[in-house]
Write a protein that binds this ligand. Structure first.
Ligand code: 5GP
Length: 172
């Protein structure tokens, strides 16, 4: 397997700073903000983003599974871990690694809205618009990419490559 880098570490870090600024401009300066990372892929992004925002935020995680250990979706969405913080009345930002078909995110958005946050927005490091099957708003996107399977910066293939600081296409 070979890795072809499509987004470098410097490009990612510059984009994280810009997304942090965007979020700070769009969130009220008072009121609780909850960054809700979608495990496992969002872990480097939420760590970098939460520090780049430089304001008071709460951090929590959910785990939703729609993929097995390979490259293709099963189409089944399951909540494997729910958040711990009560999000009612808070400004929730879902932090995603990638939006592909939109299945995971559309289910998560619907579920979280039933819990009455004051506002709900999504930031995703990557988006594959050509792969979208479920229409779902993504307010803040790091990079739009082609419909390719990518790894790195949290994204895995069979649990490997998550710790790469860049994003790459895995070539067999
Ligand atoms: P969706 O529900 O939007 O189809 O898929 C979302 C999830 O599928 C992501 O959070 C991620 O875990 C996984 N996924 C989608 N595309 C890719 C990809 O190109 N690479 C990796 N490693 N995971 C992906």
């Amino acid at each position: 397997m070979a890795l072809d880098i499509i987004i470098t570490e410097d490009q990612i870090q510059a984009r994280v700073r810009a997304l942090a600024d965007e979020l700070n401009q769009n969130l009220p300066s008072d009121g609780a903000v909850v960054l809700l990372g979608v495990l496992k892929g969002s872990y480097p992004f939420i760590a970098d983003l939460s520090r780049a925002m430089g304001r008071d935020v709460m951090v929590d995680f959910v785990q939703v599974s729609s993929y097995g250990s390979g490259k293709s979706s099963t189409g089944v969405v399951q909540i494997k871990k729910d958040h711990d913080i009560n999000i009612e009345g808070t400004h929730v930002v879902i932090v995603e690694d990638i939006v592909d078909t939109g299945l995971t995110l559309s289910h998560l958005r619907q579920l979280l809205l039933t819990r009455h946050p004051a506002s709900l927005r999504v930031v995703s490091m990557l988006s594959k618009p050509a792969a979208r099957e479920h229409s779902v708003p993504v307010e803040h996107v790091g990079f739009e990419i082609e419909n390719l399977f990518v790894v790195g910066y949290g994204l895995d293939y069979a649990e490997r490559y998550r710790n790469l600081p860049f994003i790459a296409v895995l070539r067999e």
